[in-house]
Design a protein around this ligand. Structure first.
Ligand code: KG4
Ligand code: ZN
Length: 363
């Protein structure tokens, strides 16, 4: 039995977890900074790293609370060392290094996207992985298709050429005045939406496994602005409000925010946006799964929490789909402990000179 203490501070969650044998979670503590960053409409790196400093020790203590003698019981210390925000990563990496040194235990630096993938094998019910597997990674900072040929063996098949899917959801939510974080807000608004009302364009990038979402975001923006003008003209008559330049935003509700649209238009646009994203992700994943003859497909990253995406993928694939439990889709430390276990049993560990790598690729 191998017990790993894992830390995660790559973005805006301060997290620590105890994971046994890569799948049993003894504790999983997450201090979210969402409320703090909401007023800025996104993560502010400086604010995030300061908050990690305040939260890391209480989070760590809570995560270790199931143990009587952590220094003896924990067999290794794992931590996300990239990709992510440098100032945020530094907090987790330095605490992990201090603990590994003080306890005389191995230290493991874990790549953030790899940890998202390993969220698929957490839990007593989780079946052992079968390779080759196709991984659809859809997080706030990354989007791509990766062929996983074994533990720690990855081949990048394609990636986004512009926005990551989570980023696109966050920007779309801003355009629709739905707040931050955008993914859950769009999903919720879309539930009341009618899909027939708007059709947004899809970028297929045929012949590649790459993605592009910036055109979709621009199309949503144009449509939302058209609707804002239409709704404003219903209120003010056909004359545009004075402050409008041609093609400019009709009005701003709060500094930097778009004026709200009616609930139904918002819901219909959210539904159209979500549908366009899901359509592209699902079709391109199914195509890659067939081309590469994989035995299963893994979904990973914050956007994996999206119900529509999970449902449509399950319907469209000819091979089993694995999805992490919703609570383990967004950033957490349990997934770091799971990924670290497979590295550790292969005899790997990092040196105490482990450093943060804000652009660390999956390899
Ligand atoms: O993986 P993650 O927690 O952080 C990164 O490593 O980037 O992903 C966060 C992203 C955010 O952009 C958020 O809007 C998106 O995941 N997200 C969702 C949902 N829940 C979170 N997107 C769509 N539908 C959701 N239910
Ligand atoms: Zn993440």
């Amino acid at each position: 039995m191998t017990l790993i203490l894992a830390l995660e501070t790559s973005c805006d969650e301060t997290a620590a977890a105890l994971v046994r044998d890569g799948r049993d979670v003894l504790s999983n503590v997450i201090a979210s900074q969402v409320a703090l960053h909401r007023r800025y409409g996104g993560v502010v790196p400086e604010v995030a790293s300061r908050e990690h400093l305040l939260k890391i020790m209480p989070v760590l203590e809570q995560a270790l609370s199931p143990l009587q003698h952590p220094a003896e019981e924990v067999e290794a210390v794992a931590v996300t060392h990239g990709p992510g925000l440098a100032g945020s990563l530094l907090v987790g990496v330095n605490v992990a290094k201090a603990l590994a040194f003080a306890w005389g235990k191995p230290l493991l630096g874990i790549q953030h996207l790899e940890s998202h993938l390993y969220a698929n094998w957490i839990g007593e019910q989780a079946e052992a992985p079968t390779f080759p597997a196709l991984c659809l990674i859809v997080s706030g900072g990354h989007t791509g298709l990766v062929l996983m040929e074994g533990h720690g063996r990855y081949r990048q098949l394609g990636q986004t050429l512009d926005d990551a899917v989570g980023e696109a959801f966050d920007k779309a939510a801003r355009i629709l005045s739905l707040g931050y974080p955008g993914g859950p807000a769009i999903e919720e608004a879309a539930q009341a939406g009618q899909l027939q009302r708007y059709r947004l364009p899809r970028s297929w990038l045929r012949g590649t496994h790459d993605f592009s979402f910036s055109g979709l975001k621009t199309a949503l923006y144009r449509l939302a602005q058209e609707e804002r003008r239409r709704e404003a003209s219903l209120h003010y008559g056909p004359e545009k409000p004075k402050q409008d330049r041609p093609g400019a935003l009709p009005r701003l509700s709060r500094a930097g925010d778009f004026a709200p649209l009616s609930d139904q238009v918002t819901a219909d646009l959210a539904a159209a946006f979500q549908e366009a994203v899901v359509d592209v992700l699902v079709r391109k994943t199914a195509e890659a799964a067939a081309i590469h003859g994989v035995l299963e497909v893994l979904l990973a990253g914050g956007v994996a929490a999206n119900t529509r995406l999970r449902q449509e993928l399950a319907l469209r694939l000819n091979v089993p789909l694995r999805v992490p439990p919703p609570a383990l889709c967004t950033d957490n430390a349990a997934m770091v402990g799971a990924a670290a276990y497979y590295r550790l049993i292969q005899g790997e560990h990092s040196g105490l000179d482990l450093d943060v790598q804000p652009n660390l690729p999956l390899s």
